[in-house]
Design a protein around this ligand. Structure first.
Ligand SMILES: *Cc1c(COP(=O)(O)O)cnc(C)c1O
Length: 366
């Protein structure tokens, strides 16, 4: 059996350091917003190349709080429209809704599973205030085009970087430093994953960073002094300690993921399987390796019977979810096709060359 993602194996590498960190944490008993969170914020800002990083509770809150921050600065307000990919994970859309804004879904393209840029352009209205690109599956969105469009129309760009820690764009800048602000998730299965929930916001905007530090902590500027109607969404001190231990290995893990992706792409020659378009650059960190097939159920049954772990990201498009009935009448043919055909095959820095070869030959025998 080749697992889809072996989290135990990923984290086992750090077991001794985790145990030491936990022991120190218990000794010090400083549980919330302590030294580990500050240390991580500094290290992750440096990693992304941004001036600021604010640790928060999870990726959904990271995106939501960015919008709340702009509202508190009176730059955005409720009812503003946010352009967002129609094939994203639902969290991106929920963040917009929770902030009282209006998600406007934009059709995908099948080349990189990102915005169809023609549709993106035509959906800008006088109410549009934000473009929220998602670096889906770990591949950076076409940020040059998006930023240019944003500039022409005076829009804010907020990256959903939850799947793209460490991905590097054409200009050498990393995910998290390609728009006005970015939201990250450290959900355990992400490329940089905690041992529980966690998230962060990166930005170069000082006013935004300052207000976000308050908003994540009840709107507090100093103890028991409240300047804003805030939230409780802080990165956990112990999760920050674990992330501080894991961050130094992220780059090597991403390189290993890319090496595996290159092996898959050169090794899988079955023309029933559509492979991702990959230019070999660092703009993809292969959070997921997603292929497409015509008869998905037959294919996933075949994989499972042959011991190849597989998952679907994602089986139901947001506009067909029960939770988002107001989008039920929308039509996105490409997004719907993507949701019918995608299958994620094993991808983890811990896969051995043997396992990768086995996956390749099983897929070629299909
Ligand atoms: C994981 C993820 C999120 C949400 O992160 P949580 O930490 O689970 O809240 C948001 N957007 C995308 C694209 C994700 O993959």
């Amino acid at each position: 059996m080749i697992p889809f993602l072996d989290l135990h194996k990923i984290n086992q590498r750090f077991e001794n350091d985790f145990k030491k960190a936990f022991s120190l944490f218990l000794d010090e008993s400083y549980f919330i917003l302590g030294k580990q969170v500050s240390r991580f914020e500094k290290a992750f800002a440096e990693f992304c190349g941004t001036r600021y990083c604010i640790g928060v509770g999870n990726g959904l809150d990271a995106l939501r709080l960015i919008l709340e921050g702009y509202k508190a600065l009176e730059i955005l307000s409720e009812g503003d429209e946010v352009l967002v990919a129609s094939n994203t994970y639902i969290a991106t859309i929920l963040a917009i809704k929770q902030a009282g804004m209006v998600p406007v879904l934009v059709e995908a393209n099948s080349e990189n599973y990102n915005f169809n840029l023609f549709h993106l352009k035509t959906q800008i209205t006088s109410k549009t205030k934000v473009i929220m690109p998602v670096h889906l599956y770990g591949e950076i969105s076409p940020m040059n085009e998006i930023n240019e469009l944003a500039k022409e129309n005076n829009l804010i760009v907020i990256e959903d970087a939850a799947q793209a820690h460490g991905a590097e764009y054409l200009n050498g800048k990393k995910a998290g430093n390609l728009g006005d602000a970015a939201g990250f998730s450290f959900y355990p299965s992400k490329n940089l994953g905690a041992l529980g929930d966690g998230g962060a916001i990166t930005t170069n905007n000082k006013e935004l960073a300052e207000i976000l530090k308050k908003l994540r902590n009840y709107g507090t500027s100093s103890k028991y002094v409240n300047d804003e109607i805030g939230f409780n969404s802080r990165l956990d001190e112990i999760q920050a300690a674990f992330l501080n231990i894991k961050l130094p290995l992220l780059e090597a893990d991403n390189n290993r993921r890319r090496a595996i992706a290159n092996k898959y792409i050169s090794g899988i020659t079955n023309n029933k399987i559509i492979l991702p378009n990959y230019d070999g650059s660092k703009n993809h960190v292969f959070h997921l390796f997603v292929v497409r097939v015509g008869n998905r159920e037959e294919f996933t049954n075949y994989l499972t019977e042959n011991g190849v772990g597989n998952l679907i990201h994602y089986p139901i498009p947001p506009h067909h979810q029960e939770a988002l009935l107001d989008f039920a009448n929308l039509n996105f043919p490409m997004t719907e096709k993507i949701h019918e055909e995608v299958v994620s095959i094993p991808m983890s820095p811990m896969l051995t060359d043997d396992e990768v070869q086995k996956v390749i030959s099983i897929l070629n025998d299909y």
